[in-house]
Structure formats: structure tokens, C-alpha cells
Design a protein around this ligand. Structure first.
Ligand SMILES: [Zn+2]
Length: 220
């Protein structure tokens, strides 16, 4: 079994890459760092570096340099990350990917693999936009794939189901389009390095994971 793998996750929202990331982390005993979640928390808690939040407040984009700095300071340089890692949501540009390579090379390390959970955009879209949740017990349904027995009603408790704000059509389409562009750039980048592991996100999560594990543990 490969020791201390350093993994990048690629894939659309709804592809199941988060589930795969959690399985990799648990199996190989490495931490997961989800940069999107981390940035949202920093922002909510008002803990972004002053110059970065000034830029965001002025309507600007956070630069690659800022993102690199925050990911290094908050995760890559920590003791926790020395055991290997799963990175979700970083890098998001070729420049960030090149920085990460350089950062690891300086420590005589390298990335183990970029795992791309491939799913057609329409399937990923339905997985998210079709999702309905029960506000009282958290049960999850999908109008395309797993409908409740009575339309719009939770099987367990009878409460009316709701659609989360994040799952509504317009915001999902925006996220999909953004991620598709990011994914395309990075699959090329890591493909050129021979580090891309592409798996079919339409399969069952445990089937997807056994393929990932097969390649990681026997890279020949
Ligand atoms: Zn319920």
C-alpha cells in the first residue's frame, strides 16, 4: 500500500469527489484539506488576511499568490500535512498547480496523483439540482434518482421537503461552468505529467474507490 500519498481531487460538484476524498483519507490515514470550505469559514469569521479581504471587498479576485500563501500557511506547512494529504478545491489554476509542484520539490517531495472523478455535466447537474432534503431529520432525496413515496414529502417524518439555496438551478449552473473550466485545465496539466487517474463517477462509490486504490497501490 502506498504510504503518505499526496492527492489532488478533480471533478464537478455532484461527481462524488468529496466522498472519494473521504475514503482516500480514511484508508491511507491522511488529512483532507477542502480549500473552498476553509476560505468560506475564514471569510465568515473575518479571519482572512487584511490585504486579501480588502481586495475582496473592493470587488477584486483573490490572486494565485494570495491563495498559495493561505494554503501553505494554513495547511501545507503544518505538521498534519507532513503525513500526506488529500487536497479538494486547490489548485484551481495551472499557476497554482505549478506553485504546488515547486513547493513540494523544494522538500524533495512530489504529488502522488491527481484523481479525476469524471461525470457528464448533465448527470452531475441532476444530482445536485434534483436534491431535496427534509428540514427536520436531514433525509436526502432526489427527484430524478430517489423520489420519496409521496411527492415532496419525507418518508420518515411526513415533513415537506425543501431545496437548499445552494442547490437551486442558477447557482448550480454557475458552479458547474466554473468547475468544468478548472477541471479541463488541470486534467491536461496532470495528464501531461502522467499523474492523472481518471475514474467513472457514474459507478457506485465503493467501485470508484476500489479503482482508485488499485492504481495508487499498483501504479505500474
Ligand atoms: Zn423527515
Amino acid at each position: 500500500m502506498v504510504q503518505h500519498p499526496r492527492i489532488i481531487l478533480l471533478g464537478l460538484p455532484g461527481s462524488g469527489k468529496g466522498t472519494q476524498g473521504a475514503l482516500i483519507a480514511r484508508t491511507y490515514g491522511v488529512p483532507t484539506f477542502s480549500s473552498g470550505e476553509y476560505f468560506r469559514n475564514l471569510r465568515r469569521e473575518g479571519k482572512l488576511p487584511a490585504e486579501v479581504s480588502a481586495k475582496i471587498n473592493a470587488g477584486g479576485l483573490v490572486s494565485d499568490e494570495d491563495v498559495n500563501m493561505i494554503v501553505v500557511e494554513s495547511f501545507l506547512s503544518t505538521q498534519e500535512a507532513q503525513a500526506g494529504f488529500v487536497l479538494d478545491g486547490y489548485p484551481r489554476t495551472a499557476a497554482q498547480a505549478a506553485f504546488l509542484d515547486e513547493y513540494l520539490t523544494k522538500q524533495n517531495l512530489s504529488l502522488t496523483a491527481a484523481v479525476y472523478v469524471d461525470l457528464p455535466i448533465e448527470t452531475a447537474f441532476r444530482r445536485i439540482s434534483g436534491r431535496r432534503v427534509c428540514p427536520s431529520d436531514g433525509s436526502v432525496y432526489n427527484v430524478y434518482y430517489s423520489q420519496p413515496e409521496r411527492e415532496g414529502i419525507c418518508n420518515l417524518c411526513g415533513a415537506p421537503l425543501i431545496q437548499r439555496e445552494d442547490d437551486r438551478d442558477e447557482s448550480v449552473r454557475t458552479r458547474m461552468t466554473t468547475y468544468e473550466a478548472v477541471t479541463k485545465i488541470l486534467t491536461i496539466y496532470y495528464g501531461d505529467q502522467g499523474k492523472l487517474i481518471t475514474v467513472d463517477g457514474a459507478s457506485e462509490p465503493n467501485v470508484v474507490f476500489s479503482r482508485i486504490r488499485g492504481v495508487l497501490d499498483d501504479p505500474a
